[in-house]
Design a protein around this ligand. Structure first.
Ligand SMILES: Cc1ncc(C[n+]2csc(CCOP(=O)(O)OP(=O)(O)O)c2C)c(N)n1
Ligand SMILES: [Mg+2]
Length: 666
């Protein structure tokens, strides 16, 4: 197949075969991996990286680079080989040789912020495609904001059959098609194979027809024919809508005897097959060694974009928008970002608004949105319920993408994946709304946001049985616990307007973690009625009210709307000379990050500890201990006015009082 040992100017074929061999040998060394996809897509990737992709290996973070997303993350050796060959400094030969080993830059699946040149963490199939839609959205938006001189790039996605089978692909491509994201190109590894065998085992669909129906331009090519690949990519760049190129390939292309077999999908092929492959490809170099002429040709591909990058840097330097551009890219919010919100909070200490926390969230957004031009919001078809829309905001849509509000449609998963892509792209701060109960639909993307350490903000309203009549299908009970269990995700459940504003500030100020705000549908009174010098919610949990009538015998812990119930119970208990304190717990993970003595002080020494929350107990023992009393949900909710439900399920101030008295030492 190749002329690996030949000449001064190696062919594209030889360059592609280099990827095949590196992928094969990386897997061999790691004694595991997925050689089939890298070998099958080596030709497509070679044409892309040598002729089309705008990048400079010396500057992986160049903001105006094209994004290359390996949505089929199991083919990680493909991108690692490309990064190595094109000269990304960090991706040394030693790294390729440490494939899948602890501490290497070459983990089993690509991880963003771990390996320079990796744009997003992939592996869970379909997510990369969803991220890419968000990246393409961010690109168009920033293009509208800063002009084509500074923002003008494409997003290229390599997706496999698995990515397109996953439901998320439906949401992602529908949104991209509607928004006419013409800078988005999906290169589908159309090899008709997944792990268990032929795609036809489980599918008869027509992907081209599906994409076309969603307003994509589509084309099928032979994914091993370099001319066809080149022509298709050139064609893709001229389209006025997103593009799917179905690249018909053979999995494990070039393998000695196993080409085309699903057995090449997910394991090292073994020394016999490696030898047969080397023979077939005419490859004689030692393992991980790249013959000099080929190495040179690849390195030159890695420098292809250097001139363009330098010209771009010069344009940025000369641009009157450079300051704003750089700030937006850095992710720092403007210095004045919180001035209006702080004023609103000060006023609320006096006005003590009794309102749903979703309304408080909307009010906070009203103060933030104008001051933070990077905020790009939306909702999965629940705008009016989520209070995510700031009046007067233009809608993000073709052909002028300057708008800052996205109509995501009923697509929680696609929205969450797109938000991840936006945050990864940089220059925007995405937030999006749905009901808390439907965080289950977006959870895989929320988890990845936490793993990647990116700032996305989920506005999750209707946070308990407090939503009332819609009933148990819509009433989250386990969701607070489920979200609290995701490492690096901040789950906020603010108690009133001031806490809500505080939580928004914390969510915005941490660039390395996603946040989810659980917000009520129903009204709740103000509990923070005194000015505080610090952002108390940033502590995660804090003493809202101390015991005043006597030494504290009871501590009541609560979050969200149940803090008001805790306060009412305290009132009754104190009236009976039972010293009672209330601790509000808006964000458990932030509390866990506090110093031990702060934590001990907040938990306190009162002999009786009670928690009240309209969710399940799971996790609350951290505050109340195994012997503590938990007042909350034991099963699913019901359909009724919310006051009736709280009474029915015994989540009341009276229940707290009764439990406290029962627990008090005689
Ligand atoms: C959401 C999700 N489900 C299952 C898997 C496990 N898995 C990894 S690759 C794969 C098959 C993928 O088939 P395809 O995308 O066609 O890749 P190919 O075998 O052609 O390389 C599966 C099921 C996964 N990574 N993500
Ligand atoms: Mg496949």
């Amino acid at each position: 197949m190749a002329e690996a040992s030949t000449p001064a100017r190696p062919t594209l074929q030889a360059m592609a075969d280099t990827i095949r061999i590196l992928a094969l040998e990386g897997d061999e060394k790691g004694n595991a991996g997925h050689p089939g996809m890298p070998m099958g897509m080596a030709d497509v990737a070679t044409v892309l990286f040598t002729k089309f992709l705008k990048f400079d290996a010396a500057q992986p973070d160049w903001p105006d680079r094209d994004r290359f997303i390996l949505s089929a993350g199991h083919g990680s050796m493909l991108i690692y080989s490309l990064l190595h060959l094109t000269g990304y400094k960090a991706m040394t030969r030693a790294q390729l040789e440490s494939f899948r080993q602890l501490g290497s830059l070459t983990p089993g699946h690509p991880e963003v912020h771990h390996t320079p040149g990796i744009e997003t963490t992939t592996g869970p199939l379909g997510q990369g495609l969803g991220n890419a839609v968000g990246m393409a959205m961010a690109e168009r938006h920033l293009n509208a904001r800063f002009g084509a001189d500074l923002v003008d790039h494409r997003t290229w996605v390599l997706a496999g059959d698995g990515c397109l089978m996953e439901g998320i692909s439906h949401e992602a491509i529908a949104l991209a098609g509607r928004l006419k994201l013409n800078r988005l190109v999906v290169l589908w590894d159309d090899n008709e194979i997944t792990i268990d065998g032929k795609v036809s085992l489980s599918e008869t669909g027509d992907q081209l027809a599906r994409f076309k129906a969603f307003n994509w331009a589509v084309k099928r090519i032979d994914g091993h024919d370099h001319n066809q690949i080149r022509r298709a990519m050139a064609w893709a760049q001229r389209q006025d809508r997103p593009v799917l190129i179905a690249c018909r390939t053979r999995i494990g292309r070039g393998a000695g005897t196993m080409e085309g077999s699903h057995k090449t999908h997910g394991s090292a092929l073994g020394p016999v097959e490696v030898a047969a492959t080397r023979e077939k490809l005419g490859w004689t170099a030692a393992p991980f060694e790249v013959p000099a002429p080929i190495a040179k040709a690849w390195a030159s591909a890695g420098r292809r974009g250097r001139k363009e990058r330098r010209a771009w840097e010069a344009r940025l330097l000369a641009s009157p928008k450079s300051g704003e551009f750089n700030r937006a890219q850095s992710g720092d919010v403007p210095a004045s970002a919180y001035a209006d919100l702080d004023a609103q909070m000060a006023a609320m200490v006096e006005s003590k608004p009794a309102q749903a926390t979703r309304v408080s969230s909307g009010a906070a957004l009203d103060q933030l949105f104008g001051n933070i031009p990077e905020l790009l919001g939306g909702s999965a078809d629940l705008t009016g319920s989520n209070n995510t829309f700031v009046k007067g905001t233009a809608i993000f849509d073709a052909p002028d993408y300057a708008g800052r509000y996205v109509n995501y449609g009923v697509r929680e998963h696609g929205m969450a994946a797109a938000m991840n892509g936006m945050a990864l792209h940089g220059g925007v701060i995405p937030y999006g709304g749905t009901f808390l109960v439907f965080s289950d639909y977006s959870r895989p993307s929320i988890r990845l946001a936490a793993l990647m350490g990116i700032r996305v903000i989920h506005v999750l309203t209707h946070d308990s049985i407090g939503l009332g009549e819609d009933g148990p299908t819509h009433q989250p009970v386990e969701h607070l616990a489920a979200l609290r269990s995701i490492p690096n995700l901040k789950l906020f459940r603010p108690a009133d307007a001031i806490e809500t504003a505080e939580c928004w500030k914390v969510a915005l100020s941490d660039k390395t973690a996603p946040s989810a705000l659980a917000l009520s549908r129903q009204k709740t009174p103000a509990v923070r009625t005194h000015a505080a010098d610090e952002n108390l919610s940033a502590r995660g949990a804090y003493e809202l009210c101390e015991a005043t009538v006597a030494e504290a015998q009871v501590t009541i812990f609560a979050s969200g709307t149940e803090v008001a119930l805790a306060m009412a119970a305290r009132e009754t208990l104190q009236a009976q000379h039972i010293g009672t304190r209330v601790v509000s717990t808006p964000c458990w993970s932030l509390f866990d990050a506090q110093e031990a003595d702060y934590q001990a002080r907040v938990i306190g020494n009162a002999p009786v500890r009670i928690a009240i929350e309209a969710g399940v107990r799971l996790g609350w023992d951290r505050f109340i201990g195994e012997d503590g009393v938990f007042i909350g949900m034991k099963g699913f909710g019901g359909s009724a006015p919310y006051e009736k439900l709280y009474a029915h399920f015994g989540i009341t101030a009276e229940a707290v009082v009764e439990a406290a008295k029962k627990q008090l030492p005689v």
